[in-house]
Ligand binder design. Structure first.
Ligand code: CA
Length: 663
């Protein structure tokens, strides 16, 4: 027996059917979600313009409280009302976000009669789904007030012809000093779904798929806080299905459980599916923030902006008073409000000297971020300070001191994985830091999942094979243009990303000295400028160096690049995808809060690429600053052109870029 009911009929129909299919669409009707309860199992599927984008995908879970994935019966469905509204988002993509979605809640019950809701929110290009669990009565003797989820069946089944752009989960406790997993792995590009992952441990969010010529699908999750673990995707199952998978037992040095536990009633995190005919909805999505709420009020009006960072090129040896002072002076000269002080400052300077450095910074209008290790017992990191952020008592003592001396933020590095135990640590650090007026950057960490809105002092996170690798290996330097053309579509579209880039050194060493060892940058200068627009974190720790201020003949950077790096904003009013393909090229437009439009493009292809670009809303006669590659060198060129009604043609060198600026 199979009945297909439209939602409008629901109120009229009895709830005795054994098999049900219910569906809803996004507000514009193009994205359709269908949920079925059949043969004791719940599943969903998604179409866009009638094309199958996610096929029959199982739902449900098992818990200490019973089996909630088999023997399910349909109870009822509630289409609710459409929801829409706006909210402000101060640190990624846009400053005001409008959202609209239709809600579908399907209630099922298991063989023991315990019910739960499968909640879907369907926008024009995004589906968010989660489970809402009640506190069941008489279970078995009194009310059930807590639950431990043992496994989720929640899956994402792609059409078989889909190809993937995925990054693998690593094994636990491997890599440098046992600091993995840390979301610092390579991507596959257009890989068949059948391809096994590098470690055999599945994939981390976000995950991008191309469904032939029908469109694109981006999977991620949001609303993850101390009540749950961060999840990942399994290896491919049944040829094209990826299943929600909990952290590996070995993460966090074996401490803490893989399975999350929650009080009841409660909800699981949102899993998100962004769907588009083109990549535009993928690059512009705000689904990560549309369905989460701030967890606390900010204690300050946190101020974002640019920062210098001595460690990224000058490395460990730069953590001394004089070098750090040089980077504070660099920040001052560039008009940057911040400088980031990396590891071992506690040993190399000590507290008293640090207080002096903070005072020096303030005299130059530059505030500091200080580095801490998160560990602890979950890796073999010796870079200090260690054993402070892992302990609530010591953490709050340290934060009191930081607040007293006027430090504005911390960078906490080397976390232990994705278990609920570690999610609790992230949240505790953020919440304690807010109590002490501190912003927080995470490195060596998980993907932030909605945190730009959930935690008002959260700034950004690494969770990417970041710019430090360009320093470490020539292979990463050779691959940099590809990375620039990858992350706006995947990693950086779901969360702010502390890449730490825009190198103006062409040899990545102290002094920008071509005669000494150091990775050779393969990108043009304009590529690095475009990267400052394409990659976003509200506090950008740029890789510029004091030697960039030298005259060009003394290995300094061209004046054009320095002026650009002085002006470029770190927060934006609007973000618009223009064109591109993951790993090949990208053109993206952002508008600053004072209405300056930046249209940035980069090329990772082996050939030069010509783009015809029209800044949104431009009028005939308006002036456009065009930053473009010199045909023969890494040098930038800057021209002012008057818009005459035709697209502006730019040629991007291999590893090159272009930026159009309209004031
Ligand atoms: Ca790192």
């Amino acid at each position: 027996m199979k009945k297909i009911l439209s939602l409008s009929l629901f109120s009229l129909c009895a709830t005795i059917a054994l098999a049900e299919q219910v569906s809803t669409t996004g507000p514009d009707g193009r994205l359709r979600l269908q949920c079925s309860v059949e043969g004791g199992r719940a599943a969903y599927s998604i179409t866009y313009d009638g094309k199958q984008m996610v096929t029959d995908s199982p739902l449900g879970f098992t818990a200490d409280a019973g089996n909630f994935q088999d023997g399910l019966q349909y109870v009822k469905a509630d289409s609710g009302v459409s929801q829409s509204g706006t909210y402000s988002l101060t640190r990624i993509k846009a400053n005001q976000v409008s959202y609209a979605y239709n809600r579908l809640v399907v209630t099922v019950k298991n063989a023991k009669g315990h019910n739960y809701d499968i909640e879907f929110r369907v926008g024009n290009n995004d589906v968010a789904l989660r489970y809402n669990l009640p506190a069941w009565g008489n279970f078995p003797n009194g009310q059930k007030m807590s639950i431990r989820i043992l496994e989720e069946r929640t899956s994402f089944t792609l059409p078989r012809q889909a190809t993937s752009f995925l990054t693998p989960q690593s094994n636990a406790m491997i890599g440098w000093k046992g600091t993995k997993p840390s979301y610092e792995e390579e991507y596959n590009y257009d890989a068949p779904l059948s391809k096994p992952s590098a470690y055999g441990k599945g994939y981390t969010f976000p995950a991008l798929f191309r469904v032939g010529n029908d469109g694109w699908v981006l999977l991620s999750e949001t609303d993850v806080d101390s009540r749950y673990c961060a999840s990942r995707l399994s290896e491919v199952q049944d040829a094209s299905r990826f299943q929600i998978t909990f952290p590996m037992p070995g993460e966090n040095n074996g401490n803490g459980t893989s399975e999350p536990a929650m009080s009841l009633p409660n909800t699981t995190p949102w899993r998100t599916i962004t769907v588009g005919k083109t990549l535009k909805p993928i690059v512009e999505t705000t689904v990560m923030w549309d369905h989460v709420e701030p967890r606390y009020e900010p204690t300050q009006n946190y101020r974002f902006g640019k920062s210098t960072w001595s460690w990224i090129v000058w490395q460990d040896n730069s953590i001394n008073y004089n070098d750090l002072k040089e980077f504070i002076d660099l920040a001052h000269t560039m008009g940057y409000p911040y400088s980031l002080i990396d590891c071992a400052w506690d040993v190399n300077l000590g507290k008293e000297k640090m207080e002096q450095l903070v005072r020096y910074g303030k005299s130059r209008g530059v505030d500091l971020f200080l580095w801490y290790s998160s560990s602890g017992w979950w890796n073999d990191i010796t870079q200090s300070p260690i054993n402070i952020m892992s302990n609530g008592i010591k953490r709050k003592q340290a934060m009191r001191w930081l607040q007293q001396i006027g430090v504005k933020g911390i960078k906490v590095d080397f976390f232990g994985g994705d278990k609920q135990e570690t999610m609790r640590l992230y949240e505790d650090i953020l919440s304690d830091a807010n109590d002490h007026g501190l912003m927080v950057i995470f490195h060596g960490c998980t993907l932030p999942r909605g945190w730009e809105r959930m935690y008002p002092n959260f700034v950004g996170a690494e969770a990417v094979l970041a710019s430090e690798n360009v320093f470490f290996t020539q292979a990463a330097a050779d691959n940099e243009a590809r990375a620039t053309a990858t992350h706006p579509f995947i990693r950086n579209t779901v969360a702010s990303m502390d890449w730490g880039g825009s190198f103006l050194n062409r040899t990545i060493n102290k002094g920008n000295d071509p005669t000494r060892n150091g990775s050779k940058r393969r990108t043009t200068d304009v590529h690095e400028l475009a990267q400052a627009v394409l990659f976003q974190s509200p506090v950008q720790n740029f890789a510029i160096t004091p030697e960039n201020l030298n005259p060009v003949e003394q290995n300094g950077a061209p004046r054009i690049t320095l002026d650009f790096m002085r002006d470029v904003p770190t927060t934006w009013k609007q973000t618009r995808f223009v064109e591109g393909y993951p790993g090949e090229y990208i053109a993206l437009e952002r508008v600053s809060e004072d209405n300056v439009l930046y249209l940035a493009a980069t090329n990772a292809g082996r050939e030069a690429k010509t783009l015809k670009l029209t800044p949104t809303g431009i009028q005939k006669g308006q002036k456009v600053l065009v930053y473009s590659d010199n045909k023969k060198t890494q040098e930038p060129e800057l021209h002012e052109v008057v818009y005459k009604g035709k697209p502006i043609q730019v040629s991007l060198a291999t590893g090159g870029g272009a930026v159009l600026v309209v004031r």
